[in-house]
Design a protein around this ligand. Structure first.
Ligand SMILES: Nc1ncnc2c1ncn2[C@@H]1O[C@H](COP(=O)(O)OP(=O)(O)O)[C@@H](O)[C@H]1O
Ligand SMILES: [Mg+2]
Length: 225
């Protein structure tokens, strides 16, 4: 697979409120193409909101977000653009419990113009990439926590996203398993040249990232580089 060059991600004075709560205030930052940016900050500091806005799951009510110089998420909402650009990994793996690992990885490929055989082949390749070739036909309940999270990573990569957004991807895992999953995420990012924004409390993430930013009550606590 050819490495997809990750996009530049720029936030300019981004703000987001939920009623009376200010989740983000005046956040400006830039992730260079292929850069891995770690986002830290205590619970409620706005990390998940930041990721949701970058990924176009929600819209800022101040400022703008530019992906490769284009205000993609504030222009006409385009689900196809999002599907092809962004992959998400969450703390909870959010796999469908009745489907095999393979079928879970196929889900985002439905509607991507691929026939059943091509989807199946692609899902098996992705599972091999995350070291789960032997576990493809297992349902989530038959997999370990780390394996489930690796399936979630494979699923996030199904549409070859150029931008990977991970929200506490190891938050529910023990230390050793976390290391494995982080190694995998950073390896895949190196191989594919993706831009990565990864939220975590885990020091191990900051060590691997090119840069760490910290949020405090919705504002940047460190100056952007
Ligand atoms: N959909 C929502 N509705 C209301 N309040 C929200 C919503 N999402 C987040 N918040 C609030 O915004 C603040 C930031 O939340 P969040 O981004 O989830 O923080 P973090 O991920 O750092 O824990 C919190 O006070 C949270 O309660
Ligand atoms: Mg959060």
């Amino acid at each position: 697979m050819s490495p997809a060059a990750g996009p530049e991600v720029v936030l300019e004075g981004v703000g987001k409120r939920f009623g009376t709560i200010t989740a983000l205030r005046d956040v400006s930052l830039r992730a260079a193409p292929g850069e891995a940016v770690a986002v830290t900050g205590r619970s409620g500091s706005g990390k998940s909101t930041l990721l949701a806005l970058i990924g176009g799951l929600d819209q800022p009510d101040a400022g703008r977000i530019l992906i490769d110089g284009r205000a993609v998420w504030t222009e006409r909402h385009d689900a196809r653009t999002r599907r092809e650009l962004v992959g998400f990994v969450f703390q909870r793996h959010l796999l469908l419990e009745t489907l095999s690992a393979r079928a879970n990885v196929e889900v985002p490929l439905i509607g991507a113009g691929m026939n059943h055989r091509a989807r199946r082949r692609r899902a098996l390749e992705l599972l091999a990439d995350v070291g789960l070739a032997e576990r493809a036909e297992h349902v989530p309940a038959a997999l370990s926590g780390g394996e489930r999270q690796r399936v979630a990573v494979a699923r996030a990569l199904a549409n070859e996203p150029r931008l990977l957004l991970a929200d506490e991807p190891t938050g529910a895992l023990d230390t050793a398993t976390s290391e494995t999953v982080l190694d995998l995420i950073f390896q895949l990012r190196d191989q594919r040249g993706m831009t990565l924004v990864i939220v975590s409390y885990d020091e191990a993430v900051s060590v691997r990232a090119d840069r760490t930013i910290s949020l405090l009550d919705g504002a940047l606590a460190t100056a952007p580089a």
